[in-house]
Design a protein around this ligand. Structure first.
Ligand code: EPU
Length: 424
C-alpha cells in the first residue's frame, strides 16, 4: 500500500491548481442516469478514486463512458439496470444516490443498504422517508432495499428533519423526471446543490431555490442531454489554505472561489492568516504562529465538517487553547489520537475536542482512518519537524488529486512510496 513520506517544517510557496469538486461531480455524474441523450461534463476530478468508482457504477448500470483528462462523456440510451451492485455500494456510500433516478424513471430499484463507516453510522432514513412521501413502497430483503412506485413517483412536498446533502440531491434528481411540482423544505444549502440545480436545468428540468432551504422542482418525464463544467472543489481549496496557515508561507490557489469558503476564510483570518482574492483565485499569506480559534461545524454556510480535521491539525500548533465542536457527524475525531502521536495535546469528549496548541509537532508514523483525517495528518506532517510517514494514503486519494505533486509544486518535500512493491 502506498505511503506518503513528508519532510516537514518548510513553508509553502507557489501556486496550486484546484480541481473540480468531488462532491459536486459525484451527483452530477449520477444525474446522467436521468436522460438517454449524451452528456459532456468538464472539470471532473477523474483521477480521484471516488470518481473512478462512480464511473464503474454507471457502466455497471448500462451507461457508456469516455474519459479524456478532466472531461467525461456519458452516452448509452434505453435499457438501464435497476439493481446497484453490492461491491460498488460497499466501497462508496454515495452510490445509493442512483436509487432515486432509477426509481423515478422505471418505477422499481434495488440497492444494498450501505453500512456505517469510520465517521459514523450514516443512515439513509431521511432519503427513504422522502421517497415514501412521494408515493414509493419500500421492502427490505437480505440487506437490500427495494423501492417501487406504481405507475411512478408522485410529485409532492418533502420536509427533511435535517438538511442532508445527499438526501437533497437524491430527491432533486428523482423529482426532475417526475411530472408535477415537488417542494423540498429544510433542504441542504451547500454549493454542490446549486451546481446540481444548474445541471438539472440544462437537462430541461425546472429547478429553483438551491442555496436556500426551500427547493422547487418542476419535473418533466423526458430530459435531454447537456454539457456542464463542475465547480471547483471548496474542500480541496480549504485544505490547502489551512495547510499554508499551519506550515507558513504564501500560496495561491488557482480556481478557488471565496464565496464557497466564507466561514473558513473568516476563521483563518482570526488566526492571523492574510487571505485575498486574486485574478485567478485566492491567496493566503501566513507569517508566524497561528492564533487559536474555536470552531463548530454546521451545514452550509457554517464551518464545513469536511474541514474539521484539517482545522484540528492547525489548532494543534496554534498559540493557545481552542475547542473544536463536531455537530454534523457523530464520530469524526479519529485523527485526534494520531495527531497526539506527533506531539499534539488534544482531549476528546463527546462531540468536542479541546486542543492546547504546542510550539511544534514532531514527525512520526501515522495512519489515515478516512479521507479528511488523512488530510489533517498531511497538514500536521507539513508543519512538523522531521519525517512523517502517512499510511493508508488510499483514503487521501479518494478526495485529493495528485496531492504530492501539488504540494511539491508549492515547495513541500513529499514523496509517495510503496514498501511492498519495493521489496519485490
Ligand atoms: N443523516 C441521517 N440520515 C440520512 C442522511 C444523513 O441521519 O438519511 C445524517 C448523517 O449520518 C450525518 C448527517 O446527517 O450525521 C449529515 O449527512 P449528509 O447526508 O448531509 O451527508 P452526505 O450526503 O452523506 C455529503 C458529503 C460528505 C460531507 C457531508 C456533509 C458527498 C458525496 N459527501 O455526505 O463528504 O461530509 O455531505 O457536508 O457529497 C467527504 O468528502 O469527506 C465527505 C464525507
Amino acid at each position: 500500500m502506498d505511503q506518503l513520506i513528508i519532510e516537514g517544517g518548510r513553508p509553502l510557496r507557489g501556486a496550486v491548481r484546484i480541481s473540480g469538486s468531488k462532491n459536486s461531480a459525484l451527483p452530477i455524474l449520477i444525474a446522467t442516469l436521468l436522460t438517454d441523450e449524451p452528456c459532456r461534463l468538464g472539470n471532473v476530478p477523474t483521477e480521484l478514486r471516488d470518481i473512478k468508482t462512480t464511473i464503474r457504477l454507471l457502466e455497471a448500470l448500462g451507461k457508456k463512458i469516455a474519459v479524456r483528462g478532466a472531461s467525461v462523456t456519458v452516452t448509452g440510451s434505453g435499457s438501464l439496470k435497476t439493481q446497484a451492485p453490492y461491491d460498488i455500494v460497499k466501497q462508496m456510500r454515495a452510490s445509493v444516490l442512483v436509487a432515486g433516478p432509477l426509481l423515478a424513471r422505471f418505477g422499481l430499484v434495488r440497492v444494498p443498504i450501505p453500512g456505517g463507516c469510520a465517521i459514523g453510522l450514516r443512515p439513509i432514513d431521511i432519503h427513504l422517508k422522502a421517497f415514501r412521501d412521494l408515493g414509493a413502497r419500500e421492502i427490505s430483503d437480505h440487506g437490500d432495499v427495494i423501492l417501487s412506485a406504481a405507475p411512478q413517483l408522485r410529485a409532492g412536498r418533502v420536509r427533511f428533519k435535517f438538511p442532508s446533502v445527499g438526501a437533497t440531491e437524491h430527491v432533486m434528481m428523482a423529482a426532475a423526471v417526475t411530472p408535477g411540482r415537488t417542494i423540498i423544505e429544510n433542504a441542504a444549502r451547500e454549493p454542490e446543490i446549486e451546481d446540481l440545480q444548474d445541471f438539472l436545468n440544462k437537462l430541461g428540468a425546472a429547478v429553483k431555490g438551491a442555496g436556500t432551504a426551500r427547493i422547487t422542482v418542476d419535473g418533466r418525464r423526458q430530459l435531454r442531454g447537456a454539457a456542464h463544467s463542475v465547480i471547483p472543489d471548496r474542500i480541496e481549496a480549504g485544505t490547502y489554505l489551512i495547510a499554508c496557515a499551519a506550515a507558513g508561507g504564501r500560496l495561491e490557489l488557482r480556481g478557488a472561489r471565496a464565496r464557497d469558503l466564507s466561514a473558513v476564510i473568516a476563521a483563518l483570518r482570526k488566526t492571523g492568516a492574510r487571505i485575498a482574492e486574486t485574478k485567478n483565485g485566492l491567496s493566503v499569506d501566513m507569517r508566524g504562529r497561528p492564533a487559536s480559534v474555536s470552531i463548530k461545524t454546521a451545514p452550509h454556510p457554517g464551518f464545513p465538517t469536511d474541514l474539521q480535521a484539517p482545522w484540528m491539525a492547525l489548532m494543534a500548533v496554534a498559540s493557545g487553547a481552542s475547542i473544536v465542536t463536531e455537530s454534523v457527524f457523530e464520530n469524526r475525531f479519529m485523527h485526534a489520537a494520531e495527531l497526539a502521536s506527533m506531539g499534539a495535546s488534544i482531549g476528546v469528549a463527546g462531540g468536542q475536542a479541546a486542543i492546547a496548541g504546542v510550539a511544534g509537532l514532531t514527525g512520526a508514523p501515522v495512519m489515515a482512518s478516512d479521507l479528511r483525517a488523512g488530510a489533517a495528518l498531511l497538514i500536521a506532517g507539513l508543519a512538523a519537524k522531521g519525517k512523517t510517514t502517512l499510511q493508508r494514503v488510499y483514503h487521501v486519494d479518494r478526495g485529493y488529486e495528485r496531492v504530492e505533486a501539488k504540494l511539491r509544486a508549492a515547495g513541500a518535500r513529499v514523496r509517495r512510496v510503496n514498501p511492498a512493491r519495493r521489496r519485490k
